[in-house]
Design a protein around this ligand. Sequence first.
Ligand SMILES: [Zn+2]
Length: 254
Amino acid sequence: MSCADESDEHWSYDNPSTWPDHFPAAGGSCQSPINVVSSETVPQQYPPFVFSPDYMGLTLLTLTNNGHQVAATLKKDAESKTQPDLWITGGGLMDTFHFVNFHLHWGRGDRHGSEHEIDGNMFPAEAHVVHKNNKTGETAVLGFLFDITNSPDEENAQWKVYSTAASTLINIGDTVDCTINMSQLLNIEDKQFFRYIGSLTTPPCTEGVIWTIFMDNIPILEQDLNLLRTNIMRKVYRPVQPINDRVIYKNQVN
Ligand SMILES: [Zn+2]
C-alpha cells in the first residue's frame, strides 16, 4: 500500500530488492507484504468492524495515476467544502481511523498480482484501503484479495467502475473523477481476516502499519484487469518479505 503523500522519489517495481538502498526502512524486520501460513496463525477474538454511515452511500472520488499506481482519494469539493466522512473502528483497532485512499495492485497475468500470499498462493490482484488515526498518525490498511471470474454477473460492479475509469489515466499525473459505493466495493460484512503488524508496501516502507487481510476474495473479470495491464502499468506489486518473529492472528467468528 502507499499513501498519496509519501515519497515521490524514483523507485520501481522492476527492482524492489534495491529499495533499502534509498529507503532504509525497506530493509527492516517487520516488512509487508508477507506469506500468511494459515496453520501457524494464532486464533483471536476481535469485535466486528464498524464502518461509518457514509461508507454506505455513494462517494465521489478522484483517481490519480501517481506513476506507481492509481490511487483513489476523496474528491475535494470546492463549492460545498463537504466531504463524506469515511472512517472505521472495531475489528481490534484501538481507535477511529479515517480513510486516506484506496488502490489496486496487479500483475502481468492472472497467476501474480497480489502482494500478500496465503499458504504460498498468489492472487491476480489485491486492493488496499488505507486509513489513518489522525491523533496518533498510525496507519491501518484493509487488504482484499481477488479471484478471476468469467461471469459478468458475478463480478463486483464497483471494481468495474474503478478499472474502467483508471484505465483512462495513461500518463503520470492524469486524474479522473468517479462515483463509487464503498460498501459494495468492499462487500462489507463480517468476514474472517488475518491481522499482523507490518509496513507500507511502497517506499519509504515505513513500519508499524496495522494490517487486516480479509479471507473472502472479490470476483473480478480478467478483461477489467487487462484494461489496467494494457493501459496503465503491467506490474504493480512488491514480493513477500520475511515474517521473522512476528505473530499472525486470525479472527475467530462466533
Ligand atoms: Zn497497496
